[in-house]
Design a protein around this ligand. Sequence first.
Ligand SMILES: Cc1ncc(COP(=O)(O)O)c(C=O)c1O
Length: 394
Amino acid sequence: MTSKPSYPEKTATRLVNGGRDPFAHHGFINPPVYHASTLLYPSAAEYVAHRARYQYGRRGTPTSEALADALAGLEGANCAGVALLPSGLAAASVALLSVLRTGDHVLVTDSVYLPTRKFCDEVLARYGIATRYYDPLIGGRIAGLIQPNTRAIFVESPGSLSFDIQDVPAIADAAHAKGAVVLMDNTWASPLYFRALDKGVDLSIQSGTKYIGGHSDVMLGTVSATAATWPRLHGLVDAMGLCVGPDDMYLGLRGLRTMGVRLAQHYASGMKVAHWLAGRPEVARIMHPALETDPGHAIWRRDYSGACGLFSIVLAPVPQAAVHAFLDALTLFGIGASWGGFESLAIPFDCASFRTVTPWAPGGPTVRFHIGLEDVDDLIADLERGFAALAAAR
Ligand SMILES: Cc1ncc(COP(=O)(O)O)c(C=O)c1O
């Protein structure tokens, strides 16, 4: 639960100051971490009156309020509240549940994060909510898929494996014209580079595990809501008893302070590595919307103010064993899922087994990179070692 922050500063300043009030805490710069369940009342009359600012650890503490306030400050004037959840996947599933009920229909991008897709197929289906997947590049033509019972449209832009950029404002216009709400997984850009609530999104989801935490040591999810969607979201989080541990909330708050400079470095290093990869004969295509050659570049340039360190490549055809040799030869890139930490990562992937509307035929093996905060020339040297191993194994 949060109120709108009153400070007018730019994003970098908000990242530093949001959710902090040192002189409310003896001058200490950071807010204290409240480990809390039971809260005592000074009298029976106060207990019965239910007017205390805090009522129970699960329902909010100064620590959760500090993080929610800091996050709300990044979203802009259309943010009425931010819910904190124990993971990014929980944020996506709870946001969906907050707007859907039995008999509803939801449109979900075919590029959606696979566990979110599983939640739709396995859990929403069990409660009588039908999911239809759509081509991420559909734009305003999504109007043709909206049925009388379509309550929500879920976008994820760009998709976190395939990097298809969606025309979110056009989708939002079509949704709102027919009374549907728009949910967005905005983890890739974050509100620093894509102000989702200003572009027509009603519920903006982030895996705080990624760049908010930034150090690969915390699981966290956030949902930022407009005035129209906040009451049901907040009510559902409260009714389901969902809350985040105090130390994890603190790690989120601590991560936010440096998120701007970290993201700027991930962006710059990611661009340098992507440009270098584009010149390699082993690479057939780069999937990175900030590159001019990318099919989503015009929309990215129109709507986004930056990019994070996550992108994919298509290799010129080689046996899968050669792709594994490439990955195994890397010493600075770890092989692991998730992303958004300080370290570089690389994984092989294949969307063919789960995409249902848009066939996945990239023309060669695909690899996703997360470009971390290491020296970028060291990363490039590491990739050169990988390509030498790939050549030896083909
Ligand atoms: C785009 C995207 N959304 C959501 C999630 C889920 O976040 P979490 O791991 O915090 O549940 C991930 C995790 O990899 C992701 O890549």
